[in-house]
Design a protein around this ligand. Structure first.
Ligand code: PMP
Length: 413
């Protein structure tokens, strides 16, 4: 079990008071997580102690920054069980990682008449790049449907995957409703028809053990800022044999071996995919975030979140008459995301009232517009939890919601 009281002491912002001295209750970790002192300190140490460009200098500082930079790649690779650090590329975030795949692998491998398959749960990041690619290549985009409980309709999968399927791209966990997708089972089905597999791990890598070899995916995309790391740094794992055949996405400095006025040859992996000066402090900060998560243990983090989700779903039962709560009922089949809607109260109004009590939730379509529209609503309110959240905070949320609903029920809305 996690010692959440102790963990909270590591996160300076969690002791912040908002408005009239109310403690901040951060229930928006699916948008971005808060940062522990250890990560903040890693950034300070870098800028105060060894700020220098990587892979370029013969001087002491450049050697030190290169060493820490490479070390972080090895940590992140081990964290997702990649077979070697070279198979993890640095990007800005999940969005850029998926765009890299679409523009490099997709450009080379998708042709007219091919099928690209995504799920109905996708974030725009794992939908729009495939729409664009399908349009450009005259390929087809198919959507795996979901059930009433917002889990994937597994019966439909076998009808949609076919020998024409070149790629199955799927979120591991829905950011809009919290559903966990059985990616291993789906990857197996995709492999059976000869398709490549991309997993959007933006919401899973921060919250549960993720093992790229066990899932047998070709690509795994994730964002540092959702896993206690800094903004502006993300990762893309690519299976080695796939990566070795991929063309560069961005070109320029660092990704080349030799350049003449007429031509250029490409650097080794992973540099071939990392043109220009990288986000060195971001990488070092992400390395510190991974250390922090590993120290706690991803199994323990997942266990804590299952308990907290169960507690939240049980507490929400008192709103059964008033609120629609989305996603699977079983906390083992979902992440720590509780998305809900009141038929007569706009989520933004709910969010604003909760904010006045210091409670930060997200309201809107969560960059999953088709998914949220399929619920028959324009937006939902979403409380998303992480390793630092407590049952007392869930109680506060429930209490504030009760008060807000009373307020709107009295006609004040
Ligand atoms: N996919 C999912 C499932 C997400 O939750 C998010 C972020 N909300 C993204 C992709 C995009 O992440 P980023 O904005 O860090 O690129």
């Amino acid at each position: 079990m996690l010692d959440v009281r102790k963990i909270r002491e590591d996160f300076p912002v969690l002791s912040k008071k908002v408005y009239d001295g109310r403690p901040l209750i951060w229930l928006d970790s699916a948008a971005t997580s808060q940062k522990p002192r250890q990560v903040i300190q890693a950034l300070v140490d870098y800028y105060e102690g060894y700020n220098a460009n990587v892979h370029r200098g013969v001087h002491a500082l450049s050697m030190e920054s290169t060493e820490r930079y490479d070390e972080a790649r090895a940590k992140v690779a081990a964290f997702i069980n990649a077979d070697s650090p070279e198979t993890v590329l640095w990007t800005r975030n999940t969005t850029e990682s998926i765009n890299l795949v679409a523009n490099s692998w997709g450009e080379d491998n998708i042709k007219a008449g091919d099928d690209i398959v995504v799920t109905a749960l996708e974030h725009h990041s794992n939908l729009v790049p495939w729409q664009q690619l399908a349009r450009k290549k005259d390929a087809n985009l198919h959507i795996l449907p979901i059930t009433e409980e917002h889990t994937l309709d597994m019966d439909a999968v076998d009808n949609i995957l076919s020998p024409h399927t070149r790629l199955l791209a799927m979120a591991h966990e829905s950011n809009a409703v919290g559903t966990i997708v059985p990616v291993k089972e789906l990857a197996k089905k995709a492999r059976a028809v000869g398709a490549a597999v991309l997993v959007d791990g933006a919401q899973s890598v921060p919250h549960m053990p993720v093992d790229v070899q066990d899932m047998d995916c070709d690509f795994l995309a994730f964002s540092g800022h959702k896993m206690l790391g800094p903004t502006g740094i993300g990762g893309l794992y690519v299976k080695r044999e796939v990566l070795e055949r991929m063309s560069p996405f961005l070109t320029g400095g660092d990704m080349v071996l030799a350049v003449s006025y007429e031509d250029a040859s490409w650097n080794e992996l992973p540099m071939r995919f990392e043109a220009g000066t990288p986000n060195i402090s971001g990488v070092v900060g992400l390395g510190a975030a991974v250390d922090y998560l590993q120290n706690l243990g991803m199994e323990n983090i997942r266990e804590h979140e299952i308990q907290l989700t169960k507690y939240a779903l049980d507490s929400f039962k008192q709103f059964e008459e008033e609120l629609d709560v989305y996603g699977p009922k079983d906390p083992n089949k979902r992440g720590a995301i509780v998305s809900f809607h009141h038929p007569d109260v706009h989520p933004h109004d709910l969010g604003t009232l909760l904010d006045r009590r210091g409670i930060a939730i997200r309201t809107g379509h969560h960059c999953s517009m088709p998914m949220v529209r399929s619920l028959g609503v324009p937006a939902t309110a979403r409380a998303s939890m992480y390793l630092y959240n407590t049952e007392e905070e869930v109680d506060e949320l429930v209490d504030a919601l009760r008060e807000a609903l009373r307020y709107f029920g009295n006609g004040a809305g």
